[in-house]
Design a protein around this ligand. Structure first.
Ligand code: SF4
Length: 444
């Protein structure tokens, strides 16, 4: 029996993959460790969306190496595994810079990690196991059907990979072509999660609203049809989905938001830039005006809809005027939440080879200006709920006695003092206070 510790970087899909790796290891009889120093198997599930993310791995690998040396002195096993998008895009680099890594596995080979670990121990191997096949269908076919330790809100990957090739993005090279899981597969996983007291399911995909899976009737179902089916499941209190692409928003999405009450009125809809010139260079396949029409279309379909988004500043060729276009769009939409980053060149992407790369100091200036506006919009959105009520899914105990913490429809963190509610309950809460990144309230 081994003690394993998984460090997950980056996106929700990595969190989902990490929980599935953990399921397979627990099914094999191994136990979770509280920290890296308590473990004899350390798994890094990596992200390569930005340069900084890559480098984070190598500094953590340095710490794991010391633990491995200590274990070898006492004659104990210590296995280091690197998986996720850096394993896929930089496996040779990892093998060169960190030859003490034992297993390097891409995100679509995680279903073999438990087997590789026992193989590694049995055969007392010295050479590194490297697996980087790109086949999402195989992965979902062979992931264990055992599930362990779930919270009231859980991710469920329904689609993986991407066919869009935005010029700055490495995902199509690390997660391959779009693959949509069969509806029957998704429904059985959802039922398992519900049997483990899960109340909220967050459907995941790199382009979740381009989901096209084989339906229960053998026909092709889109995301909307799938959500209508999921909404019939007893015990499911909330559905969310992420990440959507504005180019795939259509009437079916508006219809499902209008008609499915447990589908939350909060949509993450990355725009990246407000300039048509930059959007074309990014190969985003929509204009700023089309994005705004999308927002209006959804707001007209369900008046309580709110939005979050992603922004990249300093994309190659972005002028001051282009940046002003981004600020104009932000002031038009008014986002409830948003994530913004400086453009980071990724190896192998089209934008890496583009001319007119923007100096770091200009990127930093623009990011600061943008974040000031976005933070103000988030505070205004939260302040707007003081004196109003929200539906809050209780997710955990708070730090104080009788304090519970939960998430509103808009994923705002809400703290309440109540001793009668349980984790998993949805309560109507009157908001009494808005803090920097959370709300405080009382049960109605
Ligand atoms: S849609 Fe674009 S940004 Fe999103 S995963 Fe695909 S290539 Fe990357």
């Amino acid at each position: 029996m081994l003690q394993f510790f998984i460090k997950s970087y980056g996106c929700q899909m990595n969190s989902y993959d990490s929980s599935r790796i953990s399921d397979a290891l627990m099914e094999a009889g191994h136990k979770t460790a509280e920290s890296m120093s308590d473990a004899n198997v350390v798994i890094f599930n990596t992200c390569s969306i930005r340069e900084k993310a890559d480098e984070k791995l190598f500094s953590d690998l340095g710490r794991a190496r010391l633990l491995k040396l200590q274990s070898q002195i006492t004659g104990n096993d210590f296995i280091i595994v690197v998986t996720g998008c850096v394993a896929q895009s930089k496996h040779e680099d990892i093998a060169k810079r960190a030859p003490y890594v034992d297993i390097i596995v891409g995100p679509q080979e995680i279903h073999k990690i438990a087997e590789d670990i026992s193989d590694f121990l049995k055969k007392d191997r010295v050479d590194t196991i490297v697996r980087t096949a790109s086949n999402a269908k195989e992965k979902f076919l062979h992931l264990t059907d055992q599930f362990f330790n779930r919270d009231v809100s859980e991710f469920l990957t329904i689609q993986e990979g991407c066919d869009n090739f935005c010029t700055y993005c490495i995902v199509p090279y690390t997660r391959g072509r779009e693959f949509s899981r069969d509806v029957s597969d998704i429904m059985s996983e959802a039922r398992k999660l519900l049997s483990m007291n899960v109340k909220e399911i967050i459907l995941l995909g790199q382009n979740v609203n381009s989901y096209r899976g084989i339906g229960l009737d053998g026909k092709t179902w889109n995301l909307s049809r799938l959500i209508f089916e999921l909404a019939n499941l007893d015990g499911l209190k909330r559905i969310r989905y992420t990440t959507s692409n504005p180019k795939d928003i259509d009437e079916s999405i508006a219809k499902v938001h209008r008609e499915v009450e447990i589908l939350m009125p909060f949509l993450h809809l990355p725009v990246q830039s407000g300039s048509d010139v930059v959007l074309r260079r990014m190969n985003r396949k929509y204009s700023a005006d089309e994005y705004l029409k999308c927002i209006d279309f959804l707001r007209n379909s369900r008046s309580d809809m709110a939005f979050s988004s992603d922004f990249i500043v300093g994309f190659p060729g972005e002028t001051d005027d282009d940046f002003q276009e981004t600020l104009k769009l932000v002031n038009t939409v008014k986002f409830a939440q948003a994530y913004s980053f400086k453009y980071s060149s990724r190896p192998g992407t089209a934008a890496e080879k583009m001319d007119q790369q923007i100096p770091e100091e200009i990127k930093s200036e623009r990011l600061q200006i943008l974040q000031e506006i976005l933070n103000k919009q988030q505070s205004q959105f939260n302040n707007g709920y003081v004196g109003k009520s929200l539906n809050v899914l209780i997710t955990k105990q708070g730090r104080h006695k009788n304090q519970l913490v939960g998430r509103s429809e808009y994923s705002q963190s809400v703290a309440i003092c109540d001793s009668y509610l349980n984790i998993g309950d949805v309560a109507r809460v009157n908001i009494t206070e808005s803090l920097s990144h959370s709300l405080v309230g009382m049960v109605v």
